[in-house]
Write a protein that binds this ligand. Structure first.
Ligand code: HEM
Length: 327
């Protein structure tokens, strides 16, 4: 009897697995370019390797580029489009202007990919692969990326102006993630991306001197980190664009120290430290701070989820020849 039940359970699992993978593959496919561009993953990996060798921070910048692409019009390469006389793109939106980096790296990879396989690979897929490789080359996890995204024909400056902001409360940020089909767990684990890269002083300076009009710094900021940050970002306007590491312990290494920092009141952005103010989010933070394995596993799953937002597949959209403009 027990054996029978176990069999039933096993076949139910198998059925669900087959059903789910069929559901995903209606849209994207791990082998999408296997015949049409067999060297794609090598070309991207090489290009990202070179870029990071030249500029360590580029790993972080490419990861963020993918996030900002997916949250506006879906993962369709819309962030890469330059403004035209008839369309204001996303590059000059508040969250992106003088902040998002990596466009030239994508251009260079796209150029080599076009030589090897003309008019075949979307810019959106290149951005997705770039983010995956950037994380891996920065010491983080590796995951398979389903491919076959197509490039958008338009961009949305207004949606780009609505990106999650470091100044808004966790509930608002979570609502913006939920609107994209993600949940609180995705907010927490994807915020772990802030284990690499930098932020400009103006994105957290309000915590350093006169927090919420109190005349004092944010009490949720560790005293020695506070001192350090006050030196990097003195209380004057010309420090606004100075840079501080999002993870001051292992700045260039993709590890779980972001979560350890949060437990120690050493998150840089107010929106980072705010994860400790919600019971559910805080318990996930503590868990990831103790078990890097679970952070890597969940981060990989959430990245695949994020990379599925608002897809253009089949005949929709196009394969751009130049990532900066529609064909
Ligand atoms: C949860 C809401 C989020 C907020 C409010 C937020 C906010 C920010 C801000 C303000 C910066 C600094 C930008 C600058 O100073 O120019 C930044 C940097 C960064 N963000 Fe986020 N972020 C969020 C989620 C994410 C997600 C989901 C990812 C990727 C999965 C990500 C990856 C990064 C990376 C890697 C950097 C450093 C970029 C670099 O050094 O070039 N962030 N973020």
């Amino acid at each position: 009897m027990e054996h029978n039940n176990a069999c039933k359970l096993a076949s139910l699992h198998l059925f669900c697995l087959l059903f789910l993978s069929a559901l995903v593959s209606c849209q994207l496919d791990y082998k999408f370019y296997d015949n049409s561009c067999p060297n794609l993953t090598k070309l991207v990996r090489y290009g990202i390797g070179l870029a990071i060798q030249n500029d360590t921070r580029m790993a972080a910048s490419l990861l963020r580029l993918h996030f900002h692409d997916c949250f506006v019009n879906g993962c369709d390469g819309s962030i890469l489009l330059d403004d035209t006389s008839t369309m204001k793109g996303e590059k000059n939106a508040l969250a992106n202007r003088n902040s998002v980096r990596g466009y030239e790296v994508i251009d260079a990879i796209k150029a080599t990919v076009e030589k090897a396989c003309p008019a075949t690979v979307s810019c959106a897929d290149i951005v997705t692969l770039a983010a995956r490789d950037a994380v891996f080359l920065a010491g983080g996890p590796f995951w398979g990326v389903p491919l076959g995204r197509r490039d958008g024909l338009t961009a949305s400056e207004s949606e780009a102006n609505n990106m999650p902001s470091p100044f808004e409360p966790l509930e608002n940020i979570t609502a913006k993630f939920t609107a994209k089909g993600l949940d609180l767990k995705d907010v927490v684990v994807l915020s772990g991306a802030h284990t690499i890269g930098f932020a400009q002083c103006f994105t957290f300076k309000q915590r350093l001197f006169d927090f919420g009009g109190s005349g004092k710094p944010d009490p949720a900021l560790d005293a020695s980190l506070l001192q350090n940050l006050q030196t990097v970002c003195p209380n004057q306007d010309d420090s606004d664009t100075k840079l501080a590491p999002l993870d001051f312990v292992t700045t260039n290494r993709f590890d779980n120290s972001y979560f350890k920092n949060l437990v120690n009141n050493s998150g840089l952005l107010q929106s980072d430290q705010a994860l400790m103010t919600d019971n559910k989010a805080a318990s996930m933070v503590v868990n990831y701070s103790k078990y890097p394995y679970y952070f890597y596993k969940d981060f990989s799953a959430s990245m695949v989820k994020m990379a599925n937002i608002g897809l253009l597949t089949g005949q929709r959209g196009e394969i751009r020849k130049n990532c900066r403009m529609v064909n």
